[in-house]
Design a protein around this ligand. Structure first.
Ligand code: UD1
Ligand code: CA
Length: 467
């Protein structure tokens, strides 16, 4: 569609959601509904979009201008007087556009496929129609506008459910909420729409009757009725979520990712996965997360906005904004917080928390450690129970550990502190001063053995017992 504009209707409150949050801001598959609709249109070739906002206008406008690759104009609809009024406000933002076609879509239709939009556009352009509507035949048409046809089968009007007669309600062909209009014809028809209906709203669907009286209104049937699923309440939201998530998983399965149990695997829209990666049950991949090839993720793992290289294994772990190099092994029971950067082949074992730290190639943090604000070199071993004491209640301080250093078990590293390359820290130390390269740092009470002490005590107890 070259440079055609699309108008997205997103001003409504979404009363049936019963929410403080505008309907189009509710997330589906990990991103706000409005952005999902915008990205569908972008993929279908509509890089210029007018978003009509009203309820929570500023917030919706902010979210709607975040996606790359789209020119967005925001149109405000001061009162939600219906979808025709919303389009009217949208057109006010396109005053300099005089001819061509205009796509209009409901902001609550995140299940449309870009391919469907593209095919409908092609059909419309190769016809003389003043308007083409996306339609579907559904088992349960409740809540949708019904398509009315004359004896010749031509679409002559759309009737909204509250205004439909019982015979009309029995029609199972419905309006999906995606329209292509000849812009001139739409500008002519819109002002003729009134609000004399059950809901006292200006219905966009009323332009259909006006356009059908003047020319042709075409319909484009969708193949898969799941696509037209509009979201009006939280039940429909959950249904949409399920459909979208399934589609995302099927996309990745087709690209060579194994999903052991699609019912318990949750992958957001923005996630990227490499070939031969295996996702085990109860895996959650969220936000802009990238996982390389040949990885094994899960079970019971949540990874948010993180980047993983190839051949990484993660089990029973939570990763937030972390970067993980090739061949790392993480978990079970590991927690990588924002700013964690693991080089290649790092091992992070059980009950380990790492925050804002870099760990060098081949280093190991196998058990029971907290590593915060640290820079750890390559080939380092942090023994069980190594703790960086990075916070004194006021500020955070850095810890630096050089290449090849060995930190004995149960060591506290009181930051700021540096352990040099190749140095050795004795188990149980509380390190408050720098340890030079290749030195031994030992900071603990010296052991004293009292010969025969235990035997004497037993003997005393024995005397008491015989008394
Ligand atoms: C609408 C259609 C119906 C169709 C269905 C498909 C109308 C009158 N009816 O019904 O034929 O079958 O979608 O899902 O269009 N909006 C505004 N401003 C307003 C009112 C609504 O921007 O004043 C926006 C809403 O935020 C929403 C979209 O328009 O994103 C559709 O509105 P909604 O109230 O959900 O329409 P439906 O009753 O579902
Ligand atoms: Ca709707």
């Amino acid at each position: 569609m070259g440079n055609a504009w699309a108008v997205i209707l997103a001003a409504g409150l979404g009363t049936r959601m019963r929410s403080e949050l505008a309907k189009v801001l509710h997330p589906v598959a990990g991103r706000p509904m409005i952005q999902k609709v915008q990205s569908i249109l972008r993929e279908a070739g509509f890089h210029q979009q007018v978003v009509v906002v009203g309820y929570q206008a500023d917030e919706v406008a902010r979210v709607a201008t975040e996606l790359p690759g789209i020119t967005v104009r925001i149109a405000r609809q001061p009162e939600q007087r219906g979808t025709a009024d919303a389009v009217m406000q949208g057109l006010a933002a396109l005053q300099e556009v005089n001819e061509g076609q205009l796509l209009v879509v409901n902001g609550d239709a995140p299940l449309l496929r870009p391919e469907t939009v593209r095919r409908m556009v092609e059909t419309h352009l190769s016809s003389e129609a003043l308007c083409t509507l996306l339609t579907a035949r559904v088992d349960d048409p409740t809540g949708y506008g019904r398509i009315l046809r004359d004896e010749a089968g031509r679409c002559v009007a759309v009737v909204e459910e509250p205004d439909a007669t019982p015979e009309q309600r029995a029609i199972d062909e419905i309006n999906a909420g995606l329209y292509l209009f000849d812009l001139g014809a739409l500008r002519w028809a819109l002002p003729q729409v009134g609000a004399e209906n059950r809901q006292h709203e200006y219905y966009l669907t009323d332009v259909v009757a006006h356009l059908a009286a003047r020319g042709t209104v075409a319909t484009f049937p969708v193949d898969d009725p799941a696509e037209i699923h509009g979201i009006n309440d939280r039940i429909q939201l959950a249904q949409a979520e399920k459909i979208l998530r399934r589609r995302i998983l099927e996309h990745w399965m087709a690209k060579g990712v194994t999903v052991v149990d699609p019912d318990t695997t949750f992958v957001d829209d923005e996630v990227q996965l490499g070939r031969d990666t295996v996702l085990l049950p109860m895996t959650f991949l969220e936000g802009p997360t990238t996982v390389g090839r040949g990885c094994r993720i899960g079970p019971n793992t949540r990874i948010v906005a993180s980047r993983l290289g190839d051949h990484v294994e993660v089990q029973m772990a939570v990763l937030l904004e972390a970067e993980v190099g090739d061949g790392c092994r993480i978990g079970p029971f590991a927690y990588l917080r924002p700013g964690t950067r693991l080089a290649e082949r790092v091992k992070v074992g059980d009950f380990v928390e790492i925050k804002n730290s870099r760990i060098g190639t081949g280093s190991k943090v196998p058990h029971l450690s907290y590593v915060g604000d640290a820079t750890v070199g390559a080939g380092v071993n942090l023994g069980a129970g190594t703790i960086t004491c990075n916070y004194d209640g006021r500020r955070k301080y850095p810890t630096t550990i050089g290449d090849g250093a060995f930190i004995g078990s149960h060591t506290s590293l009181v930051a700021p502190v540096t352990v040099g390359d190749g140095a050795f820290v004795a188990a149980g130390s509380v390190i408050t001063k720098n340890v030079p390269p290749d030195a031994l740092g030992i900071a603990r009470g010296r052991q004293r053995n009292v010969e025969r002490w235990a035997a004497r005590r037993r003997a005393e107890d024995g005397e008491k017992g015989s008394r």
